[in-house]
Design a protein around this ligand. Sequence first.
Ligand code: ZN
Length: 157
Amino acid sequence: MLCPKCSSDELKVLETRAGKVASTRRRRECLSCNHRFSTIEEVLREDLVVVKRDGRRESFDRTKLAMGLRKSIAKRPIDAEQINGLLSETLRRIENEFDSEVPSRVIAEAIMQRLRKVDGIAWLRYASFYEDFRDLSRFAVEIVNLGGGGKGVKGGN
Ligand SMILES: [Zn+2]
């Protein structure tokens, strides 16, 4: 753990609070620059199994999900913090709803739903990476909607 401001590793914990759903929130202070910030520790569910469209099962991989998201926000005005928050929030909901197995479609749609509110272009990119996204007519309508807003389409890849 490093200070987000000066990268010092000399930190002091000011306060520790139990958060909701197996998480712990800590208020920290950097001893070098006195910057104060909060961290959240979460228990990761390692046992969650993702059921693919063709019925194959694989263990849940947060890193893989994060990589797909990062690809979709490339050069978009979204910071890593926002994406981490979106991912955590999505996963928390899924872990609450599903005991051991979750369809890959549910995860992708939960992410898309949130991503869409953050950035339309990133959402479209994510949707197009996602192999199960087959409803092309809906896709086309969304492209038309985005075009009208002029939300920096030319800034894409
Ligand atoms: Zn510092």
